[in-house]
Write a protein that binds this ligand. Structure first.
Ligand code: CTP
Length: 399
């Protein structure tokens, strides 16, 4: 992040108010300057001191607080902020904003601010589903407010349904995508493959590999934060689904190929980071293969379709194709061979021999291989590498 961005977090009276402390802490740790305004009702659920300790800034609760350092509090805070996040947003504050009521520090500041605004409703299901609340949310949406859908589950009041505050990690990811990065991929559609594929032998067994999907998921998160429209075609992983990404879950190499080919014409950029099985059993047994004394079954393998190779040769001139190569020997020569053979614009080559690089790690060492030459990147986190790979791709546009 270049300049410190200012977030104004408005906490209103909902039992979920205590979760806003986690959110404030996450924002602060990520390097944002966080100011918090609480409504009087919010103070019944959590104290201003909690937010002051977490953010290092005075928490404002009263419009006429004479000790407050800003001259005309609501105007100063409104001007200072790069984003206003109302989380949790009660039915009351949503109604007030929608009707133009400004009668306390929270509502006056929202009204006075011109920056992007994110509303995160959290309330009882019946209140959330009330047509008046829904109409108010539609009205805010029509005025350009971003609104997050509440999560479903068991609510504090004992009801089960929609109305829970979404996970704070998702709220933070949404804020990050709104102001954390320059939107230099805005308007670009990116398809990313990630994770392993699984090739069935019988209903119980399969062939797979050690990929965890971390590199592809980091690329998807980075691309969303930079404003791209991201489709992630993902093999089975245990990773949390990145917020704001369209996910197509697949199992086998042929599922992955089918998903990629059906989405291909709509994409500007392809990044193939999945560890796709090169071979699959020629026949999948309908029933479990049973042991026979002293014998081991022979499983005949056949080739899967190479997705990168097909897209590499079939793509339009205005589409960019990036592949990966994981090698155990002759990294540069083998990766350069793949660039040529699969007709890609770039191959991100990584060696399985480097410590801290490869499957399941949070870090990686990559060499970018292009027709114009190689670029060796430092040992970095997968997320940092994802941003550098995207920088390299953006620099190639217009193609
Ligand atoms: N890939 C693909 N479809 C396949 C196999 C691989 O799209 N069926 C893509 C991977 O996602 C990666 C690149 O091709 O971007 C390199 O894959 P890799 O398995 O390293 O190379 P191969 O071409 O399969 O060559 P080899 O196994 O001989 O190293």
């Amino acid at each position: 992040m270049k300049d410190t961005k200012n977030i104004l977090l408005i906490v209103t009276g909902s039992i979920a108010a205590y979760k806003a402390a986690d959110l404030a802490s996450m924002m602060k740790k990520a390097g944002f300057n966080v100011n918090v305004v609480m409504t009087q009702n919010a103070c019944n659920f959590i104290t201003p001191q909690t937010f002051e300790s977490l953010t290092g800034n005075r928490c404002v609760t009263d419009m006429f607080d004479r000790n407050y350092e800003f001259k005309i509090g609501h105007i100063s805070l409104a001007k200072l902020s790069d984003i206003v996040v109302v989380a949790p947003a009660s039915a009351n504050i949503i109604g007030k904003i929608a009707c133009g009521i400004a009668d306390d520090m929270a509502s006056t500041t929202i009204m006075a601010s011109k920056c992007p605004k994110l509303i995160v409703p959290a309330m009882n299901t019946a209140m959330y589903e009330n047509p008046i609340v829904q109409d108010n949310l539609k009205k805010l949406d029509s005025y350009g407010y971003e609104i997050m859908e509440p999560a479903e589950g068991l609510l504090a009041c004992g009801d089960t349904g929609k109305g829970k505050l979404p996970p704070v990690e998702d709220i933070f990811a949404k804020v990050n995508s709104m102001i954390g990065h320059e939107h230099d991929l805005s308007g670009k559609r990116i398809l990313i493959t990630a994770g392993p594929t699984m090739e069935a032998i019988d209903p119980v067994r399969y062939i797979t590999n050690h990929s965890t999907g971390k590199m592809g998921y980091s690329l998807a998160e980075a691309a969303v934060d930079r404003g791209a429209d991201v489709t992630l075609v993902s093999g089975r992983t245990s990773l949390k689904k990145p917020f704001g990404v369209r996910i197509i879950d697949v199992v086998s190499a042929s599922d992955m190929a089918e998903a990629v080919f059906s989405e291909a014409k709509d994409q500007d950029i392809f990044i193939f980071s999945a560890a796709v099985a090169d071979f699959k059993p020629e026949k999948v047994s309908d029933s479990k293969i049973k042991k026979k004394d002293g014998e081991a079954p022979e499983i005949l393998l056949t080739r899967t379709e190479d997705i990168l190779d097909r897209i590499g040769h079939d793509h339009r001139d205005d589409q960019y194709v990036c592949g990966f190569a994981m090698e155990t020997e002759d990294l540069l020569a083998n990766a350069a061979g793949k660039l040529e053979k699969k007709n890609a614009d770039m191959i991100c080559a990584n060696s399985l021999n480097d410590e801290g690089a490869g499957f399941g790690t949070d870090t990686n060492r990559i060499v970018l291989i292009k027709k114009t030459g190689n670029k060796e990147l430092p040992f970095l986190s997968k997320r940092e590498l994802a941003d550098i790979i995207l920088d390299e791709i953006i620099a190639a546009f217009p193609l």
